[in-house]
Design a protein around this ligand. Structure first.
Ligand code: HSE
Length: 440
């Protein structure tokens, strides 16, 4: 009898069911490439009685993930349940039991990664996680393996499909934020808690993982300046278009001297930039290498098929290691444990670039003068400026409020924020100001 490699699947939602489909539909190719079949032996789900896809073998379901961990015929645990604490318990127990782990859980790795890597090293098992970042784009393998000899200078990416989908729909179809989010949820792109998507937390977890792979530094995800797309108003999308920009949900990781510039935020991107053409739920990751120069990968960053394909690719890698009686031939984080150091994060106030500002003010004498003075006093030079009252106003409401939109020349964020703070003390300002960074 041909031996097979036993898999325990923990979680059988969108990604878990997608994995079953990949393993069933591509079984011949997988066995041809691996030499032995992969077999899902047990599946742990919250409610085994729930109605599921016909792809899911009912007789393999259990409510207890620890049954899979204890099963001697299971060599690899695939964790696609999501969440942090319960997932950590399962992964922790699996590693202690000497099982390799494949996970798609970026929150788990960003928050509990340090413990998981240490444990995996002590117990001689692999923990692979290609699906945790950018769904179907094999960016982790590229950083860990293809670019193993290269010095990465910068990564700029659109790594949250839900956010990109929402901004794209708001921009192209004038759709409301809520309707676009509902569509993204229906398509299976969004996290169980979509505030992780639209608040930037998901992208923050992903850029922390990429930065560790690229720079060999331990990155505290909770210290990365993070802003979500939920602070972008439809009016900002329209003003950005008028100025020749598209608003994109960016995650950035750059080396700046001996620090890392890490940030997650919506950004104005020139309409002719490549990242500006990445629409819908697509993700894209641009990597700049010292000798390599720039490369760009784009593709589906979420959804069952792409994410499950990445999980299955990891499974094959782990299975190949098992077949060769090897592990950690390629370190999970690209660098050997001893080579990793703690990252020093650059203060976001030091960020230098151009900025889009939108102020909501009463339309009366002296207001523009006060705005330009505050910017000038803080060494911020104005590149463009216009006032928009949102169409014809009647004589009765001719004092506003109106939007004053400015693009600055390159300035430090600390100075721009100081100018805004000063502007906001003016009694003509009737609503909080908007600041969005421009990424060239
Ligand atoms: N919620 C994530 C996204 C799924 O929208 O990109 C993939 O991590």
């Amino acid at each position: 009898m041909t031996k097979s490699i036993g898999i325990g699947l923990v979680g059988c939602g969108v990604v878990g069911t997608g994995l079953l489909q990949v393993l069933q539909e591509n079984a011949t190719a997988i066995e041809g490439r691996l030499g032995v079949p992969l077999e899902v032996r047990r599946i742990a789900v919250r409610d085994p009685a729930a109605v599921r896809s016909p792809l899911v073998p009912q007789d393999k379901l259990t409510a207890d993930p620890m049954e899979l961990v204890r099963d001697p015929d299971i060599q690899v645990i695939v964790e696609v349940m999501g969440g942090v604490e319960r997932a950590y318990e399962v992964v922790h127990a699996a590693i202690l039991a000497g099982k390799h782990v494949v996970t798609a859980n970026k929150a788990l790795l960003a928050e509990r990664g340090a413990e998981i890597w240490n444990l995996a090293e002590q117990h001689g098992v692999d923990v692979y996680y290609e699906a945790a970042v950018a769904g179907g784009i094999p960016v982790i393998r590229v950083l860990r393996e293809a670019l193993a000899s290269e010095r990465v200078l910068a990564i700029r990416g659109i790594v949250n499909g839900t956010s990109n989908y929402i901004l794209s729909r708001m921009s192209a179809e004038s759709m409301s934020f809520a309707d676009a989010l509902a569509e993204a949820q229906a398509a299976g792109y969004a996290e169980a808690d979509p505030t992780l998507d639209v608040g930037g937390g998901d992208a923050c977890h992903k850029i922390a993982i990429l930065a560790t792979l690229a720079f060999g530094q331990r990155v505290p995800a909770d210290q990365i300046p993070t802003e979500g797309i939920d602070r972008v108003a439809t009016i900002d999308i329209a003003f950005a278009q008028r100025l020749g920009f598209v608003i994109k949900p960016l995650a950035v990781a750059r080396v700046v001297g001996d620090s890392l510039d890490l940030r997650v935020h919506p950004a104005l991107v020139p309409v002719e930039a490549t990242l500006a053409t990445v629409h819908g739920a697509l993700n894209a990751v641009a990597i700049e290498g010292a000798l390599l120069g720039p490369i760009l990968m784009s593709g589906p960053g979420a959804g069952a098929g792409p994410t499950a394909t990445s999980v299955a690719g990891d499974l094959l890698d782990v299975a190949r290691n098992i077949e060769c009686c090897a592990h950690a031939r390629v370190p999970s984080r690209g660098f050997r444990q001893v080579a990793l150091r703690d990252a020093k994060l650059r203060d976001i106030g030091e960020h230098r670039g151009r900025f889009y500002l939108r102020l909501t003010v009463a339309d009366r004498p002296g207001v523009l003068g006060a705005i330009t003075s505050a910017l000038g006093d803080n060494d911020v030079s104005i590149e463009q400026m216009f006032q928009d009252g949102g169409g014809q106003r009647s004589k009765r409401d001719e004092t506003g409020p109106v939007s004053v939109v400015l693009l600055t020349h390159r300035a430090t964020e600390r100075n721009v924020r100081a100018a805004l703070a000063s502007i906001e003390t003016h009694d003509a300002v009737v609503a909080p100001s908007q600041l969005i960074r421009i990424e060239e």
